[in-house]
Design a protein. Structure first.
Length: 417
């Protein structure tokens, strides 16, 4: 008979493309840390540290494949089959009990490499669920149904899986991203300098990867319209990504003074010299939040918007697109139908989502963009009301604290293994 003394720890495998920037990658790294005390944690990453340098803290045995992220179709197909064979080998070698994957590429490799392990896939974005591509729908209707559990982060994603794909509700479990709220609040107090009195400006803030789906071109267009009426506005963007040069060029075309300078290195936010300050990547983005009067979230789609949640934790007034999925679950109320924008709740504002096509800099503002401009002008004249809303947003986020959510992961793993 197995006793507490002889019972071995379960072996957990976390599969993710890399441990660099990105919400899914950050969630995978955090999960490894919080599972390590109860399980033997192993992490497989696909891409080489040369292409994606590990920046997130993690716990467990890291087993990198060191694949290149570059290459043509043949190279990608070869990499795919290599992942399946590598994972199958790892699962057997380390007697993996439960394999948890993040993002579609990792999910597929996880499902096809199943040995004696229980397979859990974490679905991160509504884009894949809503895709009209026949191959994507086939994957969800057939391959994904073979998983032992499908993790989604909110009720919106659960409804999409059930209604759009026909996934059995018994296979789906809602486990949202979680946060170490005390640690975030403490990190937000870290030293950083600003080259002027912050109160002399109304600072609009944004923290995210510089990536098309994050809607940052619209952010620049909205800010540019605000600047036409007043010099009090400044835009502070924290993040790195593929659109770095494109966003700088777009700013120039809009006649905005833009600086891209890592304040992580200089430790100074230079707002006197720029209309738009790109602070680059920083492992502690929270310290910038205290300078932001309003946090703007312009994503075209999401899975679970970490940056939006973290801004709310730090007591910021948030203005967000009502994109699929995530913002409604954080800012809105359950089963709420929105017919008119701006949509105000106790926790922030939901706004219309933008088109996926990037507008030319000279194109007139759309109705959605104009609505954003008008709301921000109102917010900039009432800081007291903003403070009250920020406090409510912070209280709202307590249900996403690590102590509240991590137990759901323990229950899931112990229940299926």
């Amino acid at each position: 008979m197995e006793t507490n003394a002889t019972r071995r720890k379960k072996n957990i495998l976390i599969i993710v493309q890399h441990l660099c920037r990105g919400g899914a990658e950050k969630s995978a790294a955090k999960l490894s840390v919080d599972l390590a005390g109860n399980y033997n944690v192993h992490i497989v990453t696909f891409f080489s540290n040369r292409d994606y340098e590990t920046t997130f803290e993690y716990e467990g045995l890291l087993l990198p494949m060191n694949q290149s992220s570059k290459g043509g179709l043949f190279k990608k197909v070869l990499c795919f089959f290599s992942r399946v064979f590598f994972l199958r080998k790892i699962k057997k070698q380390y007697q993996i009990d439960c394999s948890i994957s993040f993002m579609v590429n990792a999910d597929i490799a996880n499902l096809l490499s199943r040995t004696f392990d229980k397979v859990v896939v974490s679905i991160r974005t509504s884009k894949d669920i809503k895709s009209r591509k026949s191959v994507n729908r086939w994957l969800f209707r057939n391959l994904y149904k073979s998983a032992d559990c499908l993790i989604v982060q909110n009720s919106s994603a659960e409804l999409l899986l059930r209604n759009n794909i026909g996934i059995n509700a018994e296979l789906i479990k809602i486990i949202p991203n979680y946060f170490d709220i005390k640690a975030i609040v403490k990190k937000a107090e870290a030293d950083i300098a600003i080259d002027t009195e912050a109160s002399s400006f109304f600072i609009l803030g944004h923290i995210s990867r510089l990536y098309p789906v994050k809607g940052q071109f619209y952010l620049l267009r909205i800010f540019n319209e605000l600047r036409k009426s007043s010099d009090k506005y400044r835009l502070l963007i924290v993040g790195e990504g593929d659109l770095k040069l494109s966003l700088l060029d777009y700013s120039k075309k809009l006649n905005l003074r833009a600086i891209f300078e890592s304040s992580y290195d200089s430790n100074t936010i230079r707002l006197n010299d720029a209309d738009v300050f790109f602070a680059g990547f920083d492992p502690n983005p929270y310290k910038y939040l205290r300078f932001m009067d309003v946090f703007l979230f312009t994503s075209l789609l999401e899975g679970f918007p970490n940056a939006l949640a973290e801004a709310m934790i730090c007591g910021k007034v948030v203005v967000s697109t009502n994109c699929d999925t995530g913002p409604m679950d954080l800012i809105g109320y359950e089963s709420e139908e929105i017919k008119v924008f701006p949509h105000k709740t106790d926790y922030g504002y939901l706004m219309p989502t933008f088109n996926a096509v990037i507008p030319e800099f000279y194109e007139p503002l759309s109705e959605a963009e104009i609505a954003w401009v008008e709301l921000i002008r109102i917010l900039s004249s009432n800081k007291f009301e903003n403070q009250n809303m920020g406090k409510m947003a912070s209280l709202r986020m307590k249900e996403y604290d690590k102590t509240e959510v991590i137990g759901k992961w323990f229950n899931l793993i112990n229940g299926i293994c």
